[in-house]
Design a protein around this ligand. Structure first.
Ligand SMILES: Cc1cc2nc3c(=O)[nH]c(=O)nc-3n(C[C@H](O)[C@H](O)[C@H](O)COP(=O)(O)OP(=O)(O)OC[C@H]3O[C@@H](n4cnc5c(N)ncnc54)[C@H](O)[C@@H]3O)c2cc1C
Length: 375
């Protein structure tokens, strides 16, 4: 997305990706796009398929121990979310990049960044065992949580804030049409579960599990027993059972590194921050970061002014911490606590009662869920 926005501003960039093109387009992850993300994709000319195939949602359901209650986000905020797979967004962006004729290299190796404090930092990498060195004005560290950019900042020049949760999500991809037109978040005595979808024929379901759960120990029948128990509601609603085509466990973590800049290198997305997926914020934060970075870089080339580059980290971190708070709150409210004490359990039930009945509380959830405008 950054490469695309820079291209529109007439600025050259080189993208190096260490995985293959097939791998990145098959990697199923996020699926909930905030209104601001959708608007930006459309305005920047990569939203044509999204508008055709994306599934706009006006609300979500919260199922509290079998009682399904709807939060009507559109009527509370005037904004909505759109379900469109992250890998579909990636496909559209790769197509736009190819059409621009600007460089995008897959399967590069040994990527490293150097001279970050200088006016001309470099990126080194190999393609087919041949070494290349790229001299840059700016390096964008958009290489995710496990990338090399963040660790290239000396430890004394960055501060991290971290929380690892005592549970994970076992996620499955299913060949079955969605039986609910909107997402269902379920709070159940046996643990959290989430019903979501990727298209009109594919659903994506998750359930709370141990952080080190071995997905191979879960047969398809066992997964369905558990999901139907946790998600089914007293009004008779339940997900449709179908063939499971993917299965995997994701850990849950909140993480922020500050500042999001070191010299001429700017971190964006998961390279700088991670949120637990309950609030559906990770991809949307990454998009908001690169929009800000593209504007800052464009201003620098147009006028030599570094004002937006200097403000980049502080400006991004405001949104990042808002999303951190929301994602932590949704996670803490909806998951089964890992303590024997029943206090948290009763407190969560009281909170869920409030959040699904008070207009003020529902508006607060909805406002955060649909996301702040990208400005
Ligand atoms: C199960 C799951 C569900 C999720 N659901 C949602 C959701 O509903 N909504 C939401 O907003 N977010 C969600 N997320 C989070 C979202 O997927 C991430 O926040 C998002 O992918 C971040 O984008 P990014 O570009 O920063 O990082 P990434 O998507 O991780 O991209 C980084 C890229 O850098 C490449 N790379 C890594 N190291 C190197 C290197 N050394 N050299 C070159 N390239 C490298 C990687 O291969 C990768 O392609 C979910 C995540 C998971 C795991």
């Amino acid at each position: 997305m950054l490469g695309h926005l820079l291209h529109l501003a007439g600025i050259d960039s080189v993208i190096v990706e260490n995985r293959s093109q097939e791998y990145v387009v098959d990697r199923v992850r996020a699926g909930v796009l905030e209104q601001g993300t959708v608007d930006l994709l459309i305005q920047s000319g990569v939203g044509e398929r999204l508008q055709r195939e994306g599934l706009p949602h006006d609300g979500i359901y919260i199922n509290v121990r079998g009682q399904r209650r709807r939060i009507d986000m559109a009527s509370l905020t005037g904004r909505r979310i759109t379900v469109y797979g992250q890998n579909e967004v990636v496909k559209d962006l790769i197509a736009a990049r190819a059409a621009s004729g600007r460089p995008l290299f897959f399967q590069v190796g040994d990527v490293s960044v150097h001279d970050l404090d200088s006016r001309q930092p470099t990126v080194r990498f190999t393609i087919n065992r041949e070494t290349y060195e790229l001299r840059c004005d700016v390096i964008a560290g958009c290489d995710g949580f496990h990338g090399i950019c963040r660790p290239s900042i000396p430890e004394g020049r960055r501060r991290t804030f971290d929380r690892v949760y005592p549970f994970g999500w076992l996620g499955i991809l299913v060949e079955a049409p969605p039986s609910s037109p909107e997402l269902v978040y379920s709070f159940h005595d046996r643990g959290f579960a989430l019903f979501s979808m990727r298209s009109n024929s594919v659903t994506r379901l998750y359930m709370q599990c141990a952080p080190d759960e071995d997905a191979t120990k879960w047969s398809d029948d066992r997964i369905w027993d558990e999901l139907l128990t946790r998600l089914g509601s007293d009004d008779g609603w339940k997900p449709l059972v179908g063939p499971i085509t993917q299965k995997g466990v994701t850990g849950m973590r909140s993480f922020v590194t500050e500042p999001m800049r070191h010299g001429a290198m700017f971190l964006a997305g998961d390279a700088a921050h991670i949120v637990p997926p309950t609030g559906a914020k990770g991809l949307n934060l990454a998009i908001a970061d690169v929009w800000r970075l593209s504007r800052a870089v464009a201003e620098y080339y147009q006028s030599g002014n570094e004002r937006l580059l200097e403000r980049y980290s502080d400006d991004c971190l405001q949104r990042v911490w808002r999303a951190q708070q929301f994602s932590w709150w949704m996670t803490s409210m909806l998951h089964r606590p890992d303590t024997e004490s029943l206090f948290d359990w009763r407190r969560q039930l009281a909170e869920l009662e409030y959040v699904t009945s008070s207009r003020a509380a529902m508006t607060s959830l909805a406002e955060n869920y649909v996301g702040l405008p990208i400005t």
